[in-house]
Unconditional design. Sequence first.
Length: 437
Amino acid sequence: MDVDIGNALASEVAQGVSDASLERLDERVYRAHERIEAAVEDREFGYASLALPEDADPAALHEAIESVDAFAGGTGPGPAAVLTVGIGGSALGAETVTTALGLRGHHTLDNVDPVHVRRLLDELPLDETLVNVVSRSGTTAETLANFLVVREAMEDAGVDWSERTVVTTGESGPLRDLADEHDLPTCPVPEGVPGRYSALSAVGLLPAAALGGDVERVLRGGAAGHAALEPSLFECPAYAYAAVAYALEARGATTNVMMPYAEALEPFAEWFAQLWAESLGKDGLGQTPVRALGATDQHSQLQLYRAGRRDKFVTLVRPRDRDDLAVPETDLEELSYLGGGSLGELLDAEFEATEASLAAAGRPNVRLEVDRLDAEGVGRLLYGMEAACVLYGELLGVETFTQPAVEWGKRAARGLLGGGDFEEAREVAEKAVRRIE
């Protein structure tokens, strides 16, 4: 992974960062890096996330998958599908990894929309599906409700759910109790790691492993990202990205548009949005992440980014090397410039045109590239963005690894459903109403 910050500099765009500012900021990066590395070494809460490539145990992951009764022993076919039942960090990392690796057959239930849940369960071959239920606490309302629905659907279809389920959870809680009662294979949620930082653990890697992905190489890519951390933004792509994003926020760029130019990275933009929002949105600070997809959203959003409010910077992401598809020759003169080329060439041209268009309008943007979307490249990309977010939090001075606003909403919802007496639920009941009909 490398980062090109040229179009975020003051020499290129009015809102950009000067070389002198970067030099001053680099002194703070050095101190923050020292703090981060010491905290990672001690496996402090949150910082333990950056040790996952070394701490994760892929052998235990494979053992859990192989002990799922319906697919045990490796003598028959593995699952045709994997259904992850989770929400937020319990689902987004897994979806990001499987999609980026091009693995087919992974589905997620990360919402409680009844129409979507019913439609998905009707479409899945339940007798060939591995159910991957994920919740650290084992009390997440949305996850448990969906899991109960999945269990019933399997029973109605004559499928023994207990022979097709693996549980990823903490050391105690309702899911742990369920796993013990039914002797279900389990994977641990890593200690000291918030869900949004858990992609390089069983939380994010189990579906990929079950579908034949090389999770060992994903972890090697993450480990390479850790080894690449240097105490200077001028020597470390992840820190360069974080420092420039931080400096641009101070200059009014309070929105960060994550715009990958690869369909396989569309879930990555969603994963990034949670990482950035939940980690940094505190004390009236933090950038608002926006998800976009190149080249699709050049035709739906670029007008705003180039000519709207000057409160944004755009992160353009792409793999340098990818499989390609030729565009046939045509006898239409107006389309002759396309014939004989390829879709990859067109996509790269769109990428560079967007980058240049933004710079020409004085809008800061950063280019982020990986060599290829293979297992190591995916691991390196995820680790780099996690490290960037941790450094940004250090520079911003916020509690990067907490999410009090999210917890408020969870307590309110649980109280409204009769799951306990929570003050937050009472506040919801006191909402002012002025209905216009």
